[in-house]
Design a protein around this ligand. Structure first.
Ligand code: HEC
Length: 158
């Protein structure tokens, strides 16, 4: 081997090792950890007694599937409220190894989270909607409307 490349190879090996170290520790940074701890420390149930029956059924799927790795309080106290945010996150959780969440369960969980946000987190939802472009806002509102229609619920959009 040409000796000229030895220092480079050593450097690359050291870098690879240090990256492996980071990956192995599976470290979330301190701010993320604090954020997650705060979500986890909030309420861990939702009173769904006033929700449409179908949404109440979906809640049971959510409560079972989304409390396997962390407390249910994490999604319950999350500030995700837009359908787009929930679609992305349910997918992200679904693809984690061992989640055991099927496509039809993911749909039920999404429906619950979107409906729940439109009722229980309505102020935050309206605030986020108001910050979107008119097109984007209409798209997100149409998604909420669609979920509500499916369950015979009313969506009081602004
Ligand atoms: C296989 C394990 C697993 C399952 C099942 C799971 N989660 Fe998670 N969840 C995690 C991990 C790990 C994190 C923290 C790191 C991350 O975001 O990937 C997390 C973080 C979260 C967060 C916090 C995001 C943030 O940074 O604010 C929310 C919200 C969440 N999960 C919702 C859900 C929902 C909803 C479900 C059910 C569809 C679910 N989780 C199921 C592992 C899981």
């Amino acid at each position: 081997m040409n000796n000229k490349f030895a220092p480079f190879l050593l450097g690359a090996a050291a870098l690879a090792l240090s990256m492996a170290g980071v990956a192995r520790a599976d470290d979330l940074d301190a701010a993320t950890k604090a954020h997650l701890a705060q979500l986890d420390s909030g309420p861990s149930t939702v009173d769904v007694s006033q929700y449409p029956q179908g949404i109440q059924d979906d809640y049971h799927v959510f409560a079972q599937k989304c409390a396997q790795c962390h407390k249910l309080s994490r999604p319950i106290n999350s500030d995700y409220v837009l359908p787009e945010e929930w679609a992305r996150y349910v997918k992200r959780m679904m693809y984690k190894p061992g989640s055991g969440i099927s496509g039809s369960e993911a749909k039920k969980i999404y429906d619950f989270l979107v409906y729940d946000a439109s009722v229980r987190k309505k102020d935050l939802l309206d605030k986020k909607l108001a910050g979107l472009s008119p097109d984007k806002k209409a798209t997100e509102q149409a998604k909420i409307q669609k979920v509500c229609n499916e369950y015979g619920a009313k969506y009081a959009s602004k």
